[in-house]
Design a binder for this molecule. Sequence first.
Ligand code: 1PR
Length: 562
Amino acid sequence: MLPFFWSVVSCHLFVASCNGQMTIKYGGTMIALLDYGAGNVRSVINAIESLGEKVRIVRTGEDILSAEKLVFPGVGAFGNMMNILDEKNFTEPLKAYLSENRPFLGICLGLHALFEDSDEAPGVSGLGIIPGSVKRFVTDLAVPHIGWNGLSIRQPSQVFNGLSGDEKFYFVHSYHVAPKDDTFVLTTTDYGYEFVSGIRKGSIIATQFHPEKSGAAGLMILKNFLESSVVSSPLSVAAGNGLLTTDNGQRTHLAKRIIACLDVRSNDQGDLVVTKGDQYDVREKGDVRNLGKPVELARRYYEEGADEITFLNITGFRDFPLEDMPMIKVLKQTSENVFVPLTIGGGIRDYTDKNGRKYSALEVAAEYFRSGADKISIGSDAVLIVEDFLETGRKTGKSSIEEISRVYGNQAVVISVDPRRVYVGSRDAVSHHVIETSVPGPDGERYCWYQCTIKGGREGRPLDAITLAQVCEKLGAGEILLNCIDRDGTNTGFDIELIRAVKDAVSIPVIASSGAGSAEHFFEVFTKTDAESALAAGIFHRREIPIGDVKNYLKGKVEIRA
Ligand code: 1PR
């Protein structure tokens, strides 16, 4: 049953806002969304609108003060966010709104903003609504903490209505909040240690996880917030009213992610299709293989339980994404009804168009984020950046990796690596990272190195995949998507030796990719390496093994999101 306050409010068609103007109400409450300009707010808007509500973007401080419910989905970096809030004159109205204990949902940086300060930007003040700071993770586990993890619910709240408490939610962050006392702790989560993953102060709720990216469970939290009545103090929700707490002393666990990958390009008829290569050759009898339509396939994988979806614009090295608008359209349409993280890669680099206008990789990425991407992935450009770094020994601060991670945060920058094996006779035959292999070369060689390629595998470079991953991490990348040309499309299983070598060399998460041919292959990669996630394409596109079957096989053997 809806609370009394909600039923009264929702039956009004028009209400007067604080400044006396009339605001149209669409069925329920008008939701104001604070978009300070970085990150993927489209997903939050789409998620709210999928629940039948309308969203009004905050343009002025007055819009904040007149909001009935305010959602603040922060993505990016703390310092940048606080500076923009100041520049837009949002800081004081936001403080006023929050100090009146009005309904607020902060997401990720929208949670961090409520605190006094952050390790991410020493000297920059937060809103100071909750006493405490934002701290960087100190753990041996990969940072950023990316993926689906659980919640231990520390105080009852209406936002958990309808949930069992076993659900997992999507996290992506390198920093977490550390309140000075426990009064406002709503949820905790374990990652190396227990950290605070949600807070509540009266009507103010803020989560470290992304409800808009957490499938049905996340939508339920959003729905509950949108429908919730104003609550005046943390303790005023009556105990025993059936609202969930799960403080059972059990630790939460990060799930291994199963990612569906869609390689997208135009075929010879000019249609944008999902294709799939055999060792990167996507043509069969001369034609580009057509395995379906990108938006439809992405939707299918979401419904089948994919934890994340990756689009790779595989001809991005020769096309320019801002001219290749179909990809932007694909992303926009997908994000309307797919509520798990979306990554997009292909063509993210500086570019000069035919009229001589220069575009930076940051501008390309920004367009993708605005269109619904949560992460971008950089392929060829990363190789060239690392070669340059190794030659000069200096960071320029201007590479696509550095610029995009500075504005959108490390967690938003994935490096897609396209390596192939080069066999050598001995460990010191070349000045690259060489591994001893159990899969000998054509002449019985027992050693190999993994050569980076660019332009979709067409050009080999004098750089190994391990060095590439290490330097990219230094430059600010947050995750490695580790393909393998030798295994791509072969169904023979992941290249365990490659994945282990790269994973052991970096402290950021690694996505194992290429070669999956059975559910057992996922089990193998998760038990023989520390990869945080595994990606496949062909077996899903050809419906050989649905995502649900992979998960059913892994259930009870490996931590997964059910
Ligand atoms: O170089 O920044 O423009 O990005 C181009 C992107 O396109 C890179 O991420 C690169 O990996 C990708 N790409 C380029 N050419 C191809 C190709 O196949 N001809 N696809 C290509 C790479 C590899 C995987 C694939 C897995 C799983 N696709 O992502 O989905 O190998 O496949 P499987 O499960 O069927 O074995 P830039």
